[in-house]
Design a protein around this ligand. Structure first.
Ligand code: ZN
Length: 311
């Protein structure tokens, strides 16, 4: 019964950051589209009618499979063309330390193979769309396992507004992420404003993964870090609300404090994650406990990142 929580906890994130070819080519495109549609349909349809126990087992098996897939990518690199597309659009690419490039690219390659990304729930997303979503999603887990995304089934990109959720730029539940491509494309170049749509929504996915609840505690209640996270969220929520009541600018966005669902506070972790990666120094100065906890959880130290001379 408690697992019903995630069903009703679709995160609206209203404030998220914030062929026509002929002949053989046409047939190939058509066949590819149909095959892709079938994969998405199978995945979506497969969720229904599956018993909870079977779903749990599948999820654990899927996590193992994803980690094995990532291990198989060891030593593989993105091709220069893909890297150029990412470098040309993604602001954070230019801040990523050199020693993280290899593990990051390995994860991107595995991610692209295992998560379908649609455009308007109808077509496969373009290469550029897929690369940019994968690149940002894998930044979160650059020092973590791909099984963090073991519950994720599909990512839907929308031209502008998200169907059925028109006021939001992104949303996430335990199995699905929706993103406004128009908004993503416009904002992905900004690496230091503390808002990041993909990091924000995938942080929700990680928060859901351990226990089916997004309450800004990304570890399960069996973890030795659970109590610390619970206290941190309460403490930080109070500080955040006080800062905004006093009219002070703050490293974590106000949305992170105002939005709560059934008493949980899901946006502290998601807005905090965007601040951690994009405004690390400031978050470390203003909220050292949150910064330390995130640094331990994500295994990185963005306050020390410096802009790289990279083409
Ligand atoms: Zn959110």
């Amino acid at each position: 019964m408690t697992r019903l929580v995630w069903l009703v906890s679709l995160l609206l994130c209203g404030g998220c950051a914030g062929g026509g070819a002929a002949g053989e080519l046409g047939l190939v495109v058509l066949a590819g589209t149909l095959a892709f549609g079938f994969v998405v349909w199978s995945i979506e349809g497969g969720k229904k009618g599956r018993s909870k126990r079977a779903a749990g087992k599948l999820t654990n098996d899927r996590g193992t499979m994803l980690d094995q897939a990532m291990a198989q990518k060891k030593g593989q690199r993105l091709d220069p063309r893909s890297r150029k597309i990412i470098a040309g659009k993604m602001g954070l690419y230019h801040w990523l330390p050199k020693e993280l490039m290899k593990p990051w690219e390995e994860r991107i390659l595995a991610f692209l193979e295992h998560f379908p990304i649609t455009f308007m729930k109808r077509d496969q997303a373009t290469e550029e769309m897929r690369l940019l979503v994968a690149a940002e999603a894998c930044l979160l887990i650059v020092k973590r396992p791909l099984s963090d995304y073991r519950h994720l089934r599909v990512i839907h990109l929308w031209e502008h507004e998200i169907e059925g959720n028109e006021s939001a730029r992104g949303s996430a539940d335990r199995h699905e992420v929706n993103l406004s491509w128009g908004y993503l494309k416009k904002t992905i170049g900004q690496a230091r404003d503390g808002h990041n749509l993909v990091l924000h929504e995938f942080a929700h996915l990680i928060d859901f993964a351990d226990d089916g609840v997004a309450q800004s505690i990304p570890v399960s209640n069996a973890s030795p870090d659970f109590e610390e996270w619970r206290d941190l969220v309460e403490h930080e929520h109070a500080r955040l609300m006080k800062a905004y009541e006093d009219g002070r600018n703050y490293s974590i966005r106000a949305y992170g404090g105002y939005e709560s669902i059934q008493g949980d506070k899901p946006e502290i972790f998601s807005c905090g994650t965007s601040a951690f990666f994009e405004r690390g120094s400031r978050l470390r100065r203003e909220c050292p406990q949150i910064y330390r906890a995130m640094s331990k959880f994500y295994g990185v130290d963005p306050a020390r990142w410096r802009k790289q001379k990279r083409v």
